[in-house]
Ligand binder design. Structure first.
Ligand code: CIR
Length: 410
């Protein structure tokens, strides 16, 4: 049976992608909750939606089928029992396992049709929306002035991170921060219950039932047997070894994982904020991750008799050339490597390009220096508006989860 997931590169022609249009969850960020919810500012929703619609339009115009996360989840929850099980799990994961408030939340959310119920879960549930039937001791001891019973999920438009397609399967991720951990539950239900995926033999290489953390922005599919994974603020070495072991032991086709260490901070939280593949032999790189002579700590993982072998390397270009069997490659510096422009444009995701075909990418228009450099290196660039979307610290790659790419021919 043909798998509904097929992503054997970062650059094969993009056929199907999952997006999430920003919704009311964005308007439920306050200055106080911004840091905890992983935002640096509060986007203006109508403009963010307009920008996102334009992004989706560029993808459709270039031949990509665009699916929306909320529609996929809604279809997965048509069965009443599945819906009830999902609802209880998301309530539990919102902090109400064994709490008396759980029943009140369940009654409230169950009073809506499925799309509206999902909208409420995603945008967050305020205390004054729900009739609390009994007084829960734990709840009484929390900050009474905090307005939400269930927190909003404003990072949902970064569909890249809760799960990542790899070959004919995916990882469903245990994410790092509480603000995002519930997000991957949606993908678990889509894979198990949406008719597009259900009973289609989709491989889950690593599920979300783990303590060690990994996020899709760190998972780059370089070709049909090599992955690059960031060792980052969001992805731990333990999780990388674990997924490598699973991939090597399953018939995934993957026999090489390159773990690349990047700085642990919010601007560079994932590998794809500083490094993306955009052609067979071309990559964008934020110069700050490399020493002057192009060195960065990286480890190559391979299957071995004892499980996984690990070798340490420093020369990124050499590591990539060897792993990808290339004579040479072109590392294109964000902001042309300028000490002011590069960090400014990286901050607004100048390195976070989404390849939609070999040598063809979607980028934010505000990163005009980086875009010009890409064009000079022969890349076809589709620019999209970015004044509000960029405030969430993610770009076109972060805002898209490819589930189908054409296989490469060379
Ligand atoms: N792959 C990515 O880099 N995604 C961007 C995620 C931004 C979001 N505000 C976060 O901090 O998780």
């Amino acid at each position: 049976m043909a798998s509904p997931i097929n992503v054997k590169s970062e650059i094969g022609k993009l056929k199907t992608v999952i997006l999430k249009r920003p919704g009311k969850e964005i308007e439920n960020i306050t200055p106080e909750t911004m840091p905890r919810l992983l935002f640096d500012d509060i986007p203006y929703l109508p403009v963010a939606q307009k920008e996102h619609d334009e992004f989706a339009e560029v993808l459709r115009d270039t031949g990509t089928e665009v699916l929306y996360l909320d529609d996929l989840v809604a279809e997965a929850l048509v069965d009443k029992n599945v819906r009830q099980e999902f609802l209880q799990r998301i309530i539990n994961e919102s902090g109400y396992e064994n709490s008396e408030i759980s029943g009140s939340l369940n009654d409230y959310l169950n009073s809506f049709d499925v799309p509206t119920m999902l909208e409420h879960i995603m945008q967050g549930v305020r205390k004054d929306e729900v009739e609390i039937k009994s007084l829960d001791l734990k709840e009484v001891s929390t900050d009474q002035s905090y307005p939400f019973l269930m927190d909003p999920m404003p990072n949902l438009y970064f569909t890249r991170d809760p799960a990542a397609s790899i070959g004919e399967g995916l990882s469903i991720n245990h994410m790092t921060f509480k603000a995002r951990q519930r997000e991957s539950l949606f993908m678990e239900y889509i894979i198990a219950h949406n008719s597009r995926f259900k009973d289609k033999g989709v491989n889950v290489w690593r599920n979300r039932n783990h303590e060690t953390r990994i996020e899709g922005g760190d998972e780059l599919v370089l070709n049909n047997h090599v992955l690059a994974i960031g060792v980052s603020q969001r992805t731990s070495a333990e999780a990388i070894q674990d997924i490598a072991n699973n991939l090597f032991n399953a018939s995934s086709g993957y026999d090489t994982v390159i773990a690349i260490k990047i700085p642990h901070n919010h601007a560079m939280m994932h590998l794809d904020t500083v490094f993306t593949m955009i052609n067979y032999d071309q990559f964008t790189v934020h110069p700050a991750i490399l020493t002057e002579d192009g060195q960065v700590d990286s480890w190559i993982l391979h299957p071995s008799e004892n499980g996984v072998s690990i070798e340490h390397h420093r020369d990124l270009k050499e590591v990539l050339k060897k792993a990808l069997d290339l004579d040479d490659l072109d590392l294109i510096p964000t902001g042309n490597g300028d000490p002011i422009v590069a960090p400014r444009e990286q901050w607004n995701d100048g390195s976070n390009t989404l390849a939609i075909a070999p040598g063809e990418v979607v980028t934010y228009n505000r990163n005009y220096v980086s875009n010009e450099v890409l064009r000079k290196h022969g890349i076809k660039v589709h620019e999209v508006l970015s004044s509000e979307l960029s405030r969430g610290r993610g770009g076109p790659r972060c805002m898209s989860m490819p589930i189908y790419r054409e296989d490469l021919t060379k």
